[in-house]
Structure formats: C-alpha cells, structure tokens
Design a protein around this ligand. Structure first.
Ligand code: SAM
Length: 225
C-alpha cells in the first residue's frame, strides 16, 4: 500500500513503462507497480548502502527478483543502456538534489521519454531545469499528507516556455487551483503574515525587505483568488 504521495507518483507512470526509480529506498514504488502489473521491468537505484539493502530485502520478500533489480549507484548512473529505460521517477528529495541528479546525467537523461518528479522543496528549480532542457510538463498534482504538501509533475520530451508564475506555482496546478493547492499557498500567506509582524515589531515596515514580501504576498493572493 503506497502513501498518497507515492500513489500519485505511481499514477503517472505509463502502463508498460521500463522504469528506473532513483533514490528508491525500500523500492516500494517499483514493487507496487510490478505487483499491480502496471509495468514489467524496473531498476531501483540507491546511492546509500542501507536503503540499497532495504530495496534488496523488499525485492526478495515480494518475489520480484526477475523483474526488479536494485543497484548501488549515484543518480542516473544506476541505469545501463541495455535496460532500455524510458521512464525515470525521482521522489522524496529536495528539488536541488533532483536537479543535480538530472544535470549530472543529462546526456543520458535527455534520452528518457518521461520524467516523473516529486521534489519536497524548491519545485521552481526543478521546473526551471525541465524548461531549459527540452522537457514539457504535461500534468501535475498536489497531495497533502499531514501538514506537508507534495507536488508531483510528469514531463516528457518536448518544448514549452514557462513563465515565472508557472515555475513558482506550476503551469497545471495554478490553472486547476484545487483546494489542496489553495491550502498550500494559504499556509505560505500565514507564514508571511508572521514575517510582517516581526518586521513591524523591529520597526522595518518601510524596508525593501518588507516591500519584497508584500509583492510575494500579493502575487500569491492573485494566483489563488
Ligand atoms: N523515493 C522514496 C520515496 O519517495 O519515498 C524514498 C525517498 S528517501 C527520503 C530519499 C532517498 O534518495 C534516500 O534513500 C537516499 O539514499 C537516496 N538518494 C539521495 N541522493 C541520491 C543519489 N544521488 N542517487 C541515488 N539515490 C540517492
């Protein structure tokens, strides 16, 4: 059983994909997709020994050894040409790390038809990378687990030109404006309210910093209204 966050990532994986899940930890995502016959082949890449061993245990426990292979490797180096991987998932890491992984393997990454990414932070950095490397964001969802909001995006080879609003809020998310999306940005407005209070208390209500936050605040209000 996958968490709502990983279930959303799984839902974007094309049927019959040859998948590499990078930073797979327990390999829950590829294992689930294989058990549900949505895919028939996957690699679980891990850079750390403990998580790599977690993946190996899960693969044996689920009797998936012929379809799923765990590999100890940094980022996209886990993928071999003969795997014929067409879809890469990278979930549960910061957006900077995801972007570094994509950038380090770009000559290989550009061959992957589909990227499904779930950054925990810095979503705009991931979208900017996609935008600048001929990937087009086709769909996005936002999920809430407890007090955390997770954005999941699927991109395929192609071009698009994202605006700064698209990069920050998500080209699909900001159009769809689900209640979870609004809740995420309302939480950010609440956070900025506290910043205003602190700046006012410090006598800095006229400072450039205050004005910067004011602009960000108004931009968010505009997007979620
Ligand atoms: N993908 C799973 C999920 O979303 O639930 C696990 C996320 S876990 C928080 C992040 C995993 O990424 C860790 O197991 C870590 O070892 C792995 N990782 C971090 N950097 C990596 C890299 N450069 N290459 C492969 N794995 C990496």
């Amino acid at each position: 059983h996958l968490s709502p966050r990983l279930a959303a990532v799984a839902s974007f994986v094309p049927k019959g994909a040859r998948l590499a899940d990078i930073g797979s930890d327990h390999a829950y995502l590829p294992a689930n997709l294989l058990i549900n016959n949505k895919i028939s082949f996957a690699i679980a890449g891990e850079v750390a020994k403990g998580p790599y061993e977690n993946a190996q245990h899960e693969i044996v426990r689920r009797a998936l050894t012929t379809q799923l292979e765990a590999r100890l490797a940094n980022g996209l180096a886990a993928i071999k040409d003969e795997d014929h991987i067409d879809t890469v998932t990278i979930a549960g890491m910061g957006g900077v790390l995801i972007t570094d992984i994509l950038e380090a393997g770009f000559s290989r990454a550009k061959r992957f038809e589909t990227l499904i990414l779930q950054p925990n932070t810095d979503e705009h950095i991931v979208r900017t990378w996609l935008n600048n490397h001929q990937y087009k964001i086709n769909d996005e969802v936002i999920e809430q687990e407890d007090n955390h909001f997770y954005e999941i995006m699927i991109a395929t080879k192609g071009t698009q030109s994202l605006s700064s609003l698209d990069k920050k809020f998500g080209p699909v998310l900001r159009k769809r404006k689900t209640s979870v999306f609004v809740a995420k940005w309302q939480k950010e407005l609440d956070r900025i309210d506290t910043i205003f209070e602190n700046l006012e208390f410090a006598g800095k209500a006229d400072s450039p910093i205050y004005q910067d936050w004011k602009k960000k605040y108004q931009q968010i209000q505009e997007v979620i209204k």
